[in-house]
Design a protein around this ligand. Structure first.
Ligand SMILES: Nc1ncnc2c1ncn2[C@@H]1O[C@H](COP(=O)(O)OP(=O)(O)OP(=O)(O)O)[C@@H](O)[C@H]1O
Length: 280
């Protein structure tokens, strides 16, 4: 195909499929950029572009050894991308599966679990008992479940609360909820390495953010120091929630409305309003 055609000639040979093709690819790139914006993946992607750019420069100036080295490196590019971006790829695929259309096939009913979680956080927060509750969504949490102690029990405010009482054998670590059941406690989660997080937040909050960077889980945190309740999702934390705010956000995230994008504290009211509308 002659790429030096003038714009009118281009219009002549362009099929509707080509336009659809371009729009789909542009949309996918846009979604990808949205997903990685502000994350360490964005920095890695820039690094990758620098290497690819280096290759073209080396070719242009006939630097044969450098070209050879970069060409061999790029040979592993596909594998490298899979390894570097595997959390994003998993999250992206899970988001596709969580699309409202697909939800109709497996309809998640979590309202009772949400009530028990909220009642438990109220109880824990009023007594300043630290807690970390991870709720599995699309992406399996098996490695984290395996790091703790199997529980396999029906969720109740009493059970959840008693797990975190200081000195209880399972209080240290995270409780994991899967398919409306408490499956494990005392689980170890990966800590986030992000430097954007407030210095006030210690390892409990860092672990909550860490697991949401790698998976699409929703994490509820009660601070032992302040009693403050927070929620973490998609690598973002929203702090100082009241019980009704927590309930609304959990309903929004687990109860049917697709909300998997990173959110910030300032988005809470918007999030809550949309959840409220959905309830009406
Ligand atoms: N990687 C981890 N996985 C699971 N739980 C963890 C992890 N790291 C710390 N925790 C939990 O957090 C507790 C320590 O919390 P720490 O005081 O350091 O954090 P914090 O964010 O300041 O929370 P708080 O506001 O409750 O004090 C540990 O006793 C443990 O229960």
């Amino acid at each position: 195909m002659n790429v030096l055609l003038n714009p009118l000639e281009w219009l002549d040979i362009l099929r509707w499929q080509d336009i659809a093709d371009i729009l789909i690819v542009a949309y996918l790139i846009y979604r990808l950029l949205l997903m990685i914006r502000g994350t360490r993946t964005a920095q890695m992607l820039i690094g990758l572009f620098v290497v690819v750019g280096g290759y073209f420069v080396a070719q242009r100036f006939e630097l044969y050894i450098l070209s050879w080295v970069i060409r061999n490196l790029l040979g592993y590019l596909f594998l490298t991308i899979l390894v570097i971006f595997h959390p994003e790829i998993r999250r992206m695929l899970a988001q596709v599966g969580q699309n409202t259309f697909f939800r109709h096939f497996y309809g998640i009913e979590k309202s009772q679990v949400i009530d028990e979680i909220v009642r438990s956080t109220e109880w824990l927060s009023s007594r300043r008992i630290g807690a970390l509750m991870v709720i599995e969504r699309g992406i399996g949490l098996k490695p984290f479940i395996n790091s703790g102690v199997t529980v396999e029990a029906e969720i109740s405010k009493e059970l959840l609360s008693s797990i975190f009482i200081s000195g209880a054998p399972l209080h240290d670590g995270a409780a994991i909820i899967k398919d409306n059941r408490l499956v494990a406690a005392a689980c170890f989660l990966p800590l986030t390495l992000s430097s954007d997080i407030s210095q006030e937040l210690g390892t409990r909050h860092r672990a909550a953010i860490g697991v949401t960077e790698e998976t699409d889980a929703v994490v509820v945190i009660v601070s032992e120091e302040t009693g403050s309740v927070s929620i973490a999702v998609a690598g973002e934390i929203t702090r100082h929630l009241t019980s009704s705010e927590l309930k609304r956000v959990l309903k929004n995230l687990l109860g049917g409305i697709s909300e998997t994008q990173p959110r910030k504290v300032s988005r809470l009211s918007k999030l809550s309003r949309s959840a409220q509308k959905a309830q009406e």
